[in-house]
Write a protein that binds this ligand. Structure first.
Ligand SMILES: [Zn+2]
Length: 118
């Protein structure tokens, strides 16, 4: 009776089981979790592998241009970790959206605040 299927960008409204309103919203539990977990994992991975290398290389390159500043390599590593965080957060968001839509399917009604599974 309650149908929530994605047809491209068009979403069939989900009715609130309490008040019948269609002003319902898919809760972003998975997306929020995915962004945080993905971001941290992405930053850790990048800082551990690519970021350290790229950061050190980039930092050394910049340092050779602007003068021997030991913090430049560190700045490069931080920048690498930031890129990794953004990459991981994006991946986590995509995975989290699938979790929200396919697994959790937890909705909240804007009219009465009821939370329900659809
Ligand atoms: Zn409601």
């Amino acid at each position: 009776m309650i149908i929530a299927e994605n047809h491209g960008d068009r979403i069939i409204p989900v009715f609130c089981p309490k008040c019948g309103a269609t002003a319902t919203e898919l809760q972003a539990t998975g997306r929020k979790t995915g962004v945080v977990v993905g971001g941290v994992v992405g930053a850790a991975l990048t800082a551990g592998f690519r970021g350290a290398k790229a950061g050190a290389a980039g930092g050394a390159a910049v340092a050779s241009v602007i003068g021997r500043n030991p913090t430049t390599a560190t700045m490069g590593a931080i920048a690498g970790a930031l890129v990794g965080f953004l990459w991981g957060a994006r991946a986590g968001y995509i995975i989290g959206r699938v979790v929200d839509e396919k697994l959790l399917r937890l909705y909240r009604c804007h009219a009465c605040g009821e939370e329900f599974n659809a």
